[in-house]
Design a protein around this ligand. Sequence first.
Ligand SMILES: *Cc1c(COP(=O)(O)O)cnc(C)c1O
Length: 417
Amino acid sequence: MGLAARNPEGDRLMPDDAPPPAQKQQGFATRMSHCGRAGTRVHGFVNPPVHRGSTVLYPDCAGRIGAAKRRFDQYLTYGTQGGPTHYALEDMVAEVEGGTRCLIVGTGLAAVVVPMLAYLKAGDHCLVPDSVYGPTRNLCDTLLKGWGIETTYYDPTVDEAGMRGLTRANTRVVFVESPGSHTFEVQDVPAIARAAHAAGAKVLMDNTWGIHHFQPFRHGVDVSIQALTKYVGGHSDILLGSVTVQDEEDWKAVRGAASTLGQYASPDDVWLALRGLRTMAVRLERQEANGLEVARWLEGRPEVLKVMHPALPGHPQHHLWKRDFTGACSLFGVVFQPRFSIEDVTRFIDGLCLFGIGASWGGYESLALPTTGFVTRTAGTGAFGGPMARLHIGLEEPADLIADLEQGLVRLAVVTS
Ligand SMILES: *Cc1c(COP(=O)(O)O)cnc(C)c1O
């Protein structure tokens, strides 16, 4: 490979089917630096080009028929099946999550919808945690319900016996999202997966919070979903989702459903996600540290009842986080003392200077959002003790963020004293 890249003609396109260098023993940051580049070094440049394309030409008609037979491979057949830029990102995300195959779709939400529709049909039942991402709940309550697919929302902290009691003969999907992205309950995914598999159901996981810190396929997950929009993009400028699997059977199910649904992602956005992944290990490490510094500081404040951050020892499922995760991202929740109202918390957030008021986390910038009133609970898991907010900590200096939060808390305490 090195020879071709340094060829004096400088115009050798590496073979498209060259496998990525598989050196699983290397560290995450090393793999993120070197993965997803094989077969794409055009004219010797380090990064793959953006391949835009709809039609794919064949040398003859037989070649076209042969290509159609390989449509489940990374093989050029038609633009909607993706091209070399997509394949590079698919290989990288599979590497991030320890899966074998990955599919890139246009948004994180599409990455939820595709596998749900791949496995569920009229008359089926699915189990979804009460803490699930709101738009996933909306999918279940609207389209799936209308198509005769029943959803039961369960307590995210359910154990194996509890999950066994919830599965039915027609349960096809057990969905997990750990931790919940507003209230941060960590789920016992291996226990839930054992119960799900005993009932013949697939385990679908929204792993957007876990990224590479939770390796889904080592914990019994069949299909892992990520909103690449978040830390993978990392700069709040793209929307993308991924569906990663380990088994051939699951690959055919999700790839087939994505094709049927006409799912596609722009190669320009895919290229930005590839770029984001090159620096993600460093960003995540810094953001994890910044997030913990702010979270620990908040924990010590009298205005705060509790901080919902799985990496803090006081978190009710900290033991599960410690057992199953190798790190944390920088998204967590804050519950204020019950003497404060939702309006107080809203004013507190409005008065912050360095925190944007917005939803799509994982970028370089800090965000704050009131969460009370924005989380729906129907399985009786909704008592949090006080009004809540969610913080995303970016790459700013934590001391500056803390100073900003401090002026807000001082104002909050004065107003309500
Ligand atoms: C943001 C998010 C999604 C959806 O991602 P989009 O790209 O915004 O559609 C799905 N799940 C979780 C947990 C998220 O935070």
